[in-house]
Design a binder for this molecule. Structure first.
Ligand code: SAH
Ligand code: SF4
Ligand code: F3S
Length: 464
């Protein structure tokens, strides 16, 4: 009998870019003959793909790494690797060497394509193998990848970030901006779409910078127009936008398209021009509000969302009131709200020592902001009652298996009652919205699932 295949388990923290990196690691491991484990318990190789954006994200990952020590003691053949954004931080390696000697391998965001070679080194060397690059070389194309279940696919379009917002670690962990060539992206999307991935999300920390570094220079609007031409793509989304580069031509392109999502995520971070300046966001409150007005005018059904940080060093009560006022004015569908988290090596980290907002005050501001936003989110969702839309059925709801958890093209969660015996997972269905809560809509199915455009990723409907 052949020896059983070794098994891998990857625990991913952080954003979609990390999720995509984990798919590429999984693809490489499967090419080496690994199989996916059910969990850490039955794995021979565990990767912890870390996020460094806030202290809390980092603490979760490091807590998990600590827990694995007992597992390694019980099963010494187990290999453990730490990857991702925390690995790019200088302090992490010395920390791991001191406190987590059960870790066998540390690699960063720029050399995950080297995983097979690094695993060989782990077998050959007795010390912890550490190989973290400061910058990426050429963009590595055509790496194997094991995509997540379903019909939604992430496609990288630009790596890194050059914006250097003063609170943010990402430019240090992900390096300088580097766009993929347009034909490579279109080729990847075409092959995914032919396999059945109808819901494509283009990824970058700052997708609006796409193409400025290419020869000839291009922009995100050019790319969206090219990808939209792929016939089997039904939904086209992109993450994340920076307000500064959200051009009129991009707005026009989105407005004219039925494939490109009308979800517009424009992280504002603060409603105070003084704070925005200290954050190095490169726009003022008025410029941002002006942009929102343009978006609302050109795309009347736009679903607007944002990210906001409270408690940035030196944020006064008036600054915070300006944020609340902006939120009232824009009326976002949803907002991701964060308490400022000092990050080693960033400029704001030094200011936090001098002008910290007291911890209690930070929490109180966050609560007030969330309370305001929740009321607006509810009102926005209630306005959907009676409207129709098409949603993608992701699977049975975890809370109630009699209900399908679905997502709209604009990324709203929509719950639809299940009919016994009818398989709709990964299908697009027309619905009418019947109810609204702060975080989701309820709806009923009002027609047959839309035809499958291509590929074999869906179960065919049972013949009735
Ligand atoms: N590139 C994206 C977002 C990256 S991180 C963009 O610019 O929009 C996602 C969000 O985390 C940011 O928008 C910001 O609101 C938040 N964030 C980043 N660094 C942070 C920090 N040090 N403390 C608190 N929140 C932070
Ligand atoms: Fe961080 Fe700013 Fe870059 Fe976003 S744009 S990743 S917040 S530095
Ligand atoms: Fe976190 Fe790195 Fe993404 S810091 S948010 S995983 S780019």
């Amino acid at each position: 009998m052949a020896a059983p295949s070794p098994r891998y388990f990857i625990r991913t923290y952080g954003c979609q870019m990390n999720e995509r990196d984990s798919e590429i690691m999984a693809g490489q491991l499967e090419e080496l003959g690994y199989e996916r484990a059910h969990g850490a318990d039955d794995a021979d190789f565990i990767v912890i793909n870390t996020c460094a954006v806030r202290a809390s994200a980092e603490a979760h990952a490091f807590g998990y790494i600590g827990q694995l020590k007992a597992m390694k003691d019980a099963r010494p053949h187990l290999k453990i690797a730490v990857s991702g954004c925390s690995a790019q931080e200088p302090g992490t390696i010395s920390y791991l060497k001191k406190h987590a000697s059960h870790v066998d391998l540390v690699f960063g965001t720029h050399n995950l394509h080297q995983l097979p070679m690094l695993l060989e080194r782990v077998d050959a060397e007795r010390e912890m193998v550490v190989d973290v690059w400061k910058a990426s070389g050429e963009v590595a194309e055509n790496l194997p990848s094991r995509r997540a279940e379903g019909v939604a696919a992430f496609v990288n379009i630009i790596y890194g970030c050059d914006k250097f917002c003063t609170y943010c670690i990402v430019p240090f962990t992900r390096g300088r901006e580097q766009s993929r060539r347009l034909p490579d992206i279109v080729a990847e999307v075409t092959s995914l779409a032919q396999e059945g991935f109808e819901d494509v999300t283009l990824l970058g920390q700052n997708v609006n910078s796409y193409g400025h570094d290419l020869e000839p220079a291009l922009d995100l609007a050019d790319l969206l127009r090219a990808v939209e031409e792929v016939p089997q793509v039904r939904w086209l989304r992109y993450l994340t936008s920076h307000p500064r580069d959200f051009s009129p031509r991009l707005i026009e392109t989105i407005a004219a398209s039925t494939k490109i999502t009308h979800h517009v995520h424009l992280p504002v971070q603060s409603g105070s021009s003084a704070v925005l300046r200290k954050m190095n966001r490169k726009y003022t409150r008025d410029q941002y509000l002006n942009l929102i007005a343009q978006v609302k005018k050109a795309i009347p059904d736009a679903v607007l969302t944002t990210d906001i940080i409270v408690g940035f060093p030196g944020e006064t009560a008036e600054d915070f009131e300006a944020t609340l006022d902006l939120v009232r004015q824009v009326e976002y569908d949803a907002a991701f709200t964060f308490i400022y988290s000092p990050r080693e090596g960033t400029p704001a980290n030094r200011w936090e020592g001098r002008w910290p907002v007291p911890e209690m005050e930070k929490k109180e501001r966050l609560n007030r902001l969330m309370e305001l936003q929740y009321a607006i989110s509810l009102a926005k969702n209630q306005a959907w009652i009676g409207r129709t839309d098409v949603v993608l059925v992701e699977g049975p709801s975890r809370k109630d298996p009699d209900v399908w958890a679905c997502r709209s093209q604009t990324n709203k969660v929509v719950l639809v009652p299940r009919e016994p015996g009818v398989e709709l997972k990964n299908r697009f269905i027309p619905v009418r919205v019947t109810g609204a809560r702060t975080f989701f809509l309820s709806a009923e199915q009002v027609g047959d699932p839309l035809p499958i455009l291509a590929g074999t990723r869906r179960v065919p409907l049972p013949v009735l």
